[in-house]
Design a protein around this ligand. Structure first.
Ligand code: AOF
Ligand code: ZN
Length: 362
């Protein structure tokens, strides 16, 4: 007979199929097991639609009285966009529920598990908990803070440069690492860059993998310097794009950009875009995650102001040198090592000879 971890691993695999479509709600997978055999599966496919547990049980034609149900997130017990999952679990007379991670949503928060237990259903929690927590890192952050998870991403050489002194940066890392960036873009709801990066690289900031969803592009451009023929402007009718500007931004340019399909938000009280306010306002718009792809100035401000939650640093084993070649985190920086931003949960990955170190900022 299979182990409970194997069934939960299958539920995790199902949950991942919802990636890019459930935000700001979680990715959740569910497996129903009877007499040592999977009789039904389901996952949360799309925001606002049925939850994983309901999908799994509705797909099932067999009688599941006494069966086991494996779910990556604590079942909900609230009437939201869909009826509570605890209802259908009880109606179908499931015998035992295995839960991956608990749900910190204040509407659930342990009440789902309690309700099931109160109705005589056995519940075991914490099955592959670490994997389940990791899968919904973004959801857990957003539901508890109302702020998006902010991740800073950059690619640098072994000597900490993101471009040569002349500004050449194509390419620091090889194809495989660059492909992985698109995997990240698929996981994040928005992608953010400063005007410096737009002027230097004229990027698209989209997701170039087939089943990927393009993130909403967010550009910080205090004086609205973005050229009308920038790739981002030219494609704004197809890919949602927002520009944050500050007081004194040219009204005529704003109107032109809006005509091109861009939402322009002017922070009238600020002389320069206030990143803290940007992050807060993105949270209010139900944007649960932001991948920041530079450049160094924006990274420097986010880290210094304590607004960055995560870092993905791609590192190529190349050395370019040059005292004028820029690094990934600029600005004033800190003065004492004791003030350095410290990462935890650090992990390293390899991509065809390039490396990526990711970690959470304490
Ligand atoms: C999901 N999918 O499979 C599970 C969820 O917006 P609602 O009304 O659909 O409720 C969303 C909340 O339900 C969500 O924040 C989470 O706490 C809980 N469980 N949500 O979207 C699922 N199991
Ligand atoms: Zn539910």
């Amino acid at each position: 007979m299979k182990q409970k971890e194997e069934y939960m691993a299958r539920a995790l695999e199902l949950a991942r199929q919802g990636m890019g479509h459930t935000s700001p709600n979680p990715m959740v997978g569910c497996v129903v097991v009877k007499d040592g055999r999977i009789v039904s599966e389901g996952y949360h496919e799309r925001y606002g639609e049925y939850h994983a547990e309901r999908n799994a049980l509705l797909h099932c034609e067999e009688d599941v009285t006494g069966a086991e149900l494996y779910v990556t997130l604590e079942p909900c017990c609230h009437q939201g966009k869909t009826p509570p999952c605890t209802d259908i679990i009880m109606e179908r007379k499931i015998g035992k529920v295995y839960v991956g991670s608990m749900d910190p949503n204040p509407l659930v928060g342990g009440k789902g598990v309690q309700l099931l237990r109160d109705h005589g259903i056995e519940v075991e929690t914490g099955i592959l908990e670490k994997e389940c927590l990791e899968l919904n890192e973004i959801f857990f952050h957003y539901i508890q803070t109302n702020l998006p998870l902010v991740a800073v991403k950059y690619a640098m050489t072994l000597d900490g440069r993101i471009a040569s002194a002349s500004g050449d940066s194509k390419w620091i890392t090889k194809e495989k690492a660059r492909e992985h960036v698109h995997e990240l873009r698929k996981q994040y709801k928005a992608i953010m860059a400063g005007i410096g990066t737009v002027l230097a690289d004229d990027p698209m900031l989209n997701c170039r993998i087939c089943e990927g969803v393009d993130p909403i592009r967010v550009i910080c451009d205090s004086k609205l310097r973005i050229p009308m023929d920038a790739q981002i402007v030219k494609t704004a009718h197809e890919i949602p794009t927002m520009i944050y500007a500050a007081a004194g931004a040219d009204g005529k340019k704003k109107a032109q950009l809006e005509k091109a399909g861009i939402r322009v938000i002017v922070q009238e009280q600020e002389t320069q875009v206030n990143l803290k306010k940007v992050i807060q306002s993105l949270g209010e718009e139900k944007i649960d995650s932001v991948l920041v792809e530079g450049g160094g100035e924006i990274h420097g401000s986010l880290i210094k102001e304590g607004l960055a939650d995560k870092v993905y640093a791609y590192i190529a084993p190349k050395i370019i040198g040059g005292s004028k070649a820029k690094g990934p985190v600029m600005g004033e920086g800190i003065r004492k090592m004791s003030q350095a931003a410290q990462l935890t949960d650090v992990r390293m990955h390899e991509f065809d000879g390039d490396y990526m170190i990711e970690g959470t900022i304490k």
